[in-house]
Design a protein. Structure first.
Length: 117
């Protein structure tokens, strides 16, 4: 059974940084691309960043976070991270870890990130 457990969210001032973690289990982590999504109140869930398998070694980002966020993975720890720098008010959202396997999406429970002064 796929399990994704996010952590690392919290309250941060504008310009600050946070690192989110997603611990994965129940599947062969190294074989799948992993993504972070976010959902702000009253808005649809949006894709933030994706990291492919280490073999391909590619990352992709939403335009809104390019240059500020970095996604990376540690296959030895079955964990994917999202390093968020220069946070803005509009980054406030619940952040979800995601994996697609055989056409089915699996999600974590989410971690709240609030950017506020």
């Amino acid at each position: 059974q796929v399990q994704l457990v996010e952590s690392g969210g919290g309250l941060v001032q504008p310009g600050g940084s946070l690192r989110l973690s997603c611990a994965a289990s129940g599947f062969t982590f190294s074989m799948y691309a992993m993504s972070w999504y976010r959902q702000a109140p009253g808005r649809e869930r949006e894709l933030v960043a994706t990291v492919t398998t280490s073999t391909i070694g590619r990352t992709d980002y939403a335009d809104s976070v390019k240059g500020r966020f970095t996604i990376f993975r540690d296959n030895a720890k079955n964990t994917v991270y999202l390093q968020m720098n220069s946070l803005k008010f509009e980054d406030t959202a619940v952040y979800y870890c995601n994996v697609w396997r055989f056409g089915v999406a699996s999600w974590g429970q989410g971690t709240q990130v609030t950017v506020s002064s």
